[in-house]
Design a protein around this ligand. Structure first.
Ligand code: GNR
Ligand code: NI
Length: 173
């Protein structure tokens, strides 16, 4: 297992805007990718990660919503699809490891039903609400090349990208 570099909007916007392709089968190679993604996410640290954030355009997501000292709860989503969304929306102050240190409120459906393949390749259907709903929608957006800053006004989005660029420049100096 290894920690991979997380792509960011200042350097890697073209890759992050790519659409990811479905996975043909859940095999040991794919599980090795998911293991690396999980390690990368824990290292960051973050609560979710899409494969495109480590430069791999496959429809794969890892997540762990356990808080603080609670036991780890790693989750894996292959070829996830949202099959139902509530009309009710919920706001959440979102962040993204690919847009570091920027936090802005986004409104999304409060509850969703999703289908996916798990780590073993078994088909699962379940309902998500709360932070799970927010996070899975944020991650599935990554598979379509959509970032949470795309929901902001152009002014706020441009400011966010400029801030990330400046932070990267200051870091390098
Ligand atoms: O670590 C993360 N936190 C977070 C907070 C609010 C809404 C979404 C997220 S996902 C983010 C990690 C990430 O960038 N996943 O793509
Ligand atoms: Ni993200």
């Amino acid at each position: 297992m290894s920690v991979r570099r997380i792509l960011t909007v200042d350097q890697d916007l073209k890759v992050l805007k790519q659409k990811s392709a479905p996975v043909a089968r859940v095999d040991d190679d794919l599980r090795a990718l998911m293991d690396d993604m999980l390690e990368t996410m824990y290292d960051a640290p973050g609560i979710g990660l899409a494969a495109i954030q480590v430069g791999v355009p496959k429809r794969v997501i890892v997540m762990d919503l356990a808080r603080g000292d609670a036991p780890k709860e790693p989750r894996f989503f292959v070829n996830p699809e949202i099959v139902w969304t509530s009309e009710e929306l919920a706001p959440y102050e979102e962040g993204c490891l690919s847009v570091p240190e920027i936090y802005e409120e986004v409104q999304r459906p409060a509850t969703v039903r999703l289908r996916y393949l798990n780590y073993q390749g078994d088909a699962v259907e379940e309902e998500a609400d709360g932070l799970f709903a927010t996070c899975i929608q944020h991650e599935i957006d990554h598979l379509e090349g959509v970032l949470f800053i795309d929901y902001l006004s152009r002014l706020k989005r441009n400011r966010a990208v400029a801030k990330v660029r400046k932070a990267a420049r200051d870091e390098a100096a």
